[in-house]
Ligand binder design. Sequence first.
Ligand code: ZN
Length: 423
Amino acid sequence: MKEYNADLQMHGIYAGGVSKNMLIPIMANQARLKGLDVLVTADVFHAKWMEHLKQNITETENNVFMDKAEKTFFIVGGEVEDNKRVHHLIYLPDFSAAEQLREKLRGFGSLDCIMCGRPKLRLSAESIAEKVDEVGGIIGPAHSFTPYTGMYAHWNSVKEAYGAMAGKIFFIELGLSADSYFADLIEENHKYSFLSSSDAHSPWPNRIGREFNRIKMNKPSFGNLVKALKEHEEKFITLNAGLDPREGKYHRTACNSCFAKYSVQQAERFKWKCVACKGEIKKGVKDRILELATFSSETHPSFRPNYLHLLPLAEIIQIAFDVKQVNSQKVQSSWKDLVERFGNEINVLVDVPVIEIAEIDKIIAQKIEAFRNGFVLYDAGGGGKYGTPFICNSAEEFERKNMEMENAGKENEIKNQRTLKEY
Ligand code: ZN
């Protein structure tokens, strides 16, 4: 068996707010540069997107799908919204199962409007799960803890959400604002495999693969993915990787208009209305998880893989050069130099010795070393605004800035975070 890096949640051009570059050949090519082996086809219930998929993806052997250039594997799947606005990820054996499911969903919501890549269905989670099961697919909650559209925003448990179908749920998707540390504070999650996925709306490597899973499989196929998710004691999933939850847009409770942060007690006192701008205060993922938490400190089931906190390489370069735009010429050309030299982005972030990176750029090498050592502070995100990372150059700077942040009332709340060296 081989280990594959898989990012199993993203959207194509027919879902709202998606880059016009989210097309299979570009996605497949960018995945290789990032260091990803497997992507999801995304949005399989949309007729026009399905046409695009069939033109660009081939079945290279039974239930194994690749793009035409055979750069990247694909798992057939998509995301839907239910009648409570909760989002679900669906994975299917092949295109024919996707078409069968499409027929079953037709009549419960518009599947083909221009921005319906992620269709809104007038169906409960339980009914959707039944239909998915009938065609041999699997389903689970997407970005499970996020306000508005996460399962735990509306329900207190998987059983409440999926009813009689709860026994057929095998995975929980963490979303950008949570990680295994937070999700495993809730006891029922110890039954499930975790998926960490990018939910990318553009194919560039600061989006695609910003979260991914490392999965041991013979070949990347639906059958082997299900096996990995179901038989979690076999430890086929060897790593979850992704942003530090403090970078996520909904980590902290905050105003959705001016992004002022609040404690839950403050928000309740102000009746969830921002005192600064009268905007709506949205409960953050951290506070929602702490409400549901069974455990008060880090606890994991024995099969849980490590969670590796990563930053996209382009963001590290951006911080190193202190420039405003991640897509500036300077950042992009350094990114290209590093990836061309070392094969892909994940190699540069995790594996290549710093001394070799320094041959290309000393300042970037210094930032990567600091990042690998865990000298990163965050001004946490919330209310729809991403958090801001700050990479210190030394342990001393880290301690000093951390103290300054605490004194300023800004939190950097996960102490003793593991560093890359511990993986
Ligand atoms: Zn506000």
